[in-house]
Design a protein around this ligand. Structure first.
Ligand code: GDP
Ligand code: ZN
Length: 366
């Protein structure tokens, strides 16, 4: 493979490391090279390998073997590809096992998840310190971070509009322990240098948070240059689409890569009941101390929740946020079970059709 050439530097800049290297030994002799997906558009991919960028599509075999959309390459994926440098094209053979992924789920079907980006180092969870400031919303995004397994960093933006900045920060730190919190102003640049340590060369990050909290403003500041505009991938093939689109994995001035695609902007928080524990473990701990195991925390004697709420040791807002999320996960779980069943059935039939086709082909060869 080409990783000993000058290209090595480029791959490292894209996040390639020894752990990835260890995964590709088998492909070395087949003329395949590692490449990272920078952009995805209807099964055509802009990938970057050590020697440069290629437009690639998946091999016929890949297409045939894939059962669900999530198996196809996504922005951030490392793949192995056969380059055809003279054409600037390539064929993708394999998606290397993902370290993590950020997905938008149909709330009722885990298997129908839509992967937005993969292999992220940090998830920046952003909130605005203006009138919309809401710790509860941050908690929700934290649950999403835990669910994805990506390390979270909280950014409180619009510090310039807030005169109770340190108070807010303490409030967030109390509700969400063990997670770094930074206060910045994307417009003034105040505090933005605190994010430097997360944004070293080859680090891949994504920003989540409600619309209007300043994600685009901060990303633009971190870009340190005009946003690079690239041509439509299917240039010339299009049906009168004149819009230019930018790539979805963009390099920041410090060398990190940021995911910026429509999926990121529309990301909704979606939850599993088990995901609540890392964020609301304290609430669940109190609940376990009630005298009755099936305590509803309303009228029962010996209710630890009621006692702690009254003494103020358990914050009422936090408890109510927990109940609301708990209820939501319960309703979603029921919906999902039904949908999952339907999907599994469809997958089984798809597999069966493939098996039959293969059996027929084998038969013909005899
Ligand atoms: P996004 O929806 O999260 O991408 O938010 P935008 O980056 O589009 O920002 C929404 C609005 O907030 C814009 O009008 C920004 O100019 C403004 N904004 C973003 N960051 C700051 C900040 O640090 N301070 C102030 N005062 N306004 C900001
Ligand atoms: Zn109770």
């Amino acid at each position: 493979m080409t990783t000993e050439t000058a290209g090595t530097v480029r791959l490292a800049e894209l996040g390639w490391d020894a752990r990835w290297e260890a995964l590709i030994a088998a492909e070395e002799d087949a003329g395949q090279v590692p490449a990272r997906i920078l952009r995805e558009e209807k099964q055509l991919y802009l990938v970057c390998a050590a020697e440069g960028e290629l437009l690639a599509s998946v091999s016929g075999r890949f297409m045939n073997d894939a059962l669900v959309p999530a198996e196809f390459p996504k922005v951030g994926d490392w793949v192995t590809a056969t380059p055809r440098w003279n054409e600037g094209r390539g064929t993708i053979h394999r998606v290397l096992p993902r370290r993590n992924l950020l997905s938008r789920k149909e709330p009722w079907a885990r298997t129908a998840e839509q992967v937005i980006a993969t292999n992220l180092d940090y998830l920046f969870i952003m909130a605005g310190l203006d009138r919309d400031f809401n710790v509860r919303r941050l908690e929700r995004y934290m649950v999403a971070a835990f669910e994805s397994g990506i390390e979270a960093v909280i950014i409180l933006n619009k510090a310039d509009l807030c005169d109770r900045m340190s108070e807010r920060k303490l409030e967030v730190e109390a509700a969400i322990p063990n997670t770094p919190v930074h206060t910045v102003s994307a417009t003034d640049g105040l505090g933005v240098e605190e994010l430097g340590p997360y944004l070293g060369p080859g680090r891949t990050v994504a920003f989540i948070g409600s619309s209007g909290v300043g994600k685009s403003t901060l990303i633009n500041r971190l870009l340190g240059r005009e946003r690079q505009v690239v041509r439509e991938l299917r240039e010339g093939v299009g049906k009168g689409r004149h819009t230019t689109t930018s790539r979805e994995l963009i390099s920041l001035a410090g060398g990190a890569l940021v995911v910026d695609n429509p999926g990121m902007r529309e990301l909704q928080v979606w939850l599993d009941a088990d995901d609540l524990f890392p964020v609301f473990g304290d609430v669940e701990d109190v609940m376990r101390r009630c005298r009755f195991r099936n305590c509803t925390h309303t009228e029962e004697p010996g209710c630890a929740v009621k006692a702690k709420l009254e003494s103020g040791e358990l914050n009422r807002g936090r408890y109510e946020a927990y109940l609301k999320l708990k209820d939501e996960t319960r309703r979603l779980a029921v919906k999902r079970a039904a949908k999952e069943h339907q999907i599994q059935k469809a997958l089984f039939q798809k597999r069966l059709r493939k098996e039959k086709k293969k059996a027929r082909a084998d038969w013909r060869q005899l």
